[in-house]
Design a binder for this molecule. Structure first.
Ligand SMILES: N[C@@H](CCC[C@H](N)C(=O)O)C(=O)O
Length: 301
């Protein structure tokens, strides 16, 4: 078995993704390799999407998702679109079925190059998000940041989109908040026993939202697909918007949008947006040593 595998450096709205081809081999991308790859400015990433041979009948691949701190994630919307684009380019196919630890995902590449992923059903039960405290209604939980009589942020909507999310509703520009400072406090708040992805969301019309996310295990990112889905669902659930919205991901460069529909007929959340290939190379999934296609050198870490 070769020590190295192919990988592609890609992005979904600026969310930095490494798609690693682990098909045909039993090993995994190790947390140590993830941390080493993220330490190098050329390969730093938000998520690794490790594409493995399928484990379940009727699926095309099993996807293992790692955050840049080496921890595992159960869902990654932007990364899933990147995997679709990579496999569509390789096979000429348009539709794929993937398995992750959170379940089965269906995805399709459209003729205009955008990709839709069926992210499954949202989960609202407090112990399945999970939260540390029982809440009958998780659309507005008791949690606040700042002075008790004048909190900076309060009463987020909590849910799971396969992974845990807290959505804080704000009236001001989401970029005006110091998310880099309080993101870590909220991600690791005792309310979230498995930590959480923290999103600021501003409703800009009955059909649009602007979001900015501090990701569990990855920090401030330019975009987060599962957070966009969670913001859309939470906005509809709390009567702020309808079930079909455009998400303007404030920090994405250039500013770009995702379309999210929380389908009435089956409760599934459908996310549609772009994916972009940047460059390809090879890496060692146990150490993170890597080389870029067209060069012979293995980069030192
Ligand atoms: N960027 C992703 C979400 C990544 C997973 C997250 N950090 C977690 O640990 O749950 C997306 O596009 O959904």
């Amino acid at each position: 078995m070769s020590a190295t595998v192919e990988f592609a450096r890609m992005n979904g709205l600026g969310n930095k993704i490494l798609v690693v081809d682990m098909r045909g081999r039993p090993d995994k991308v190790t947390p140590a390799a993830a941390v080493a790859l993220n330490a190098d400015p050329q390969t730093e990433f938000d998520q690794i999407m490790a594409v493995h041979d399928p484990k379940a009948e009727g699926t095309d691949a099993f996807i293992d998702i790692l955050n840049s701190d080496g921890s595992k994630a159960q869902a990654c919307g932007n990364g899933t679109r990147c995997v679709v684009q990579a496999l569509a380019a390789e096979t000429g196919r348009k539709a794929f079925t993937f398995q992750t630890v959170a379940g089965i995902l269906y995805a399709v590449e459209h003729d205009d190059g955008t990709i839709s992923v069926d992210m499954g059903k949202p989960v609202f039960e407090w112990n399945r998000i999970p939260l540390a405290e029982e809440f009958h209604d998780t659309s507005r939980i008791e949690l606040q940041l700042g002075p008790i009589d004048n909190p900076v942020l309060h009463s987020p909507s909590a849910m799971s989109m396969g992974n845990p999310h807290a959505i804080f509703w704000v009236d001001k520009d989401v970029m005006s908040y110091d998310l880099a400072r309080f993101g870590p406090l909220l991600e690791n708040h005792p309310m979230f026993p498995e930590r959480a992805n923290i999103t600021l969301a501003q409703v800009t019309s009955p059909t649009s939202l602007t979001t900015r996310t501090w990701e569990r295990g990855a920090g401030l990112t330019l975009a987060c697909g599962s957070a966009a889905c969670s913001a859309a669902v939470s906005a509809a659930r709390t009567g702020r918007t309808g079930r079909k919205v455009t998400i303007n991901v404030a920090s994405a460069k250039p500013s770009a949008t995702l379309s999210i529909e929380w389908r009435e007929r089956d409760d599934h959340v459908i996310m549609t947006g772009p994916a972009e290939w940047e460059w390809s190379g090879r890496l060692d999934p146990s150490t993170g040593l890597w080389s870029r296609d067209g060069t012979q050198e293995v980069e030192a870490q």
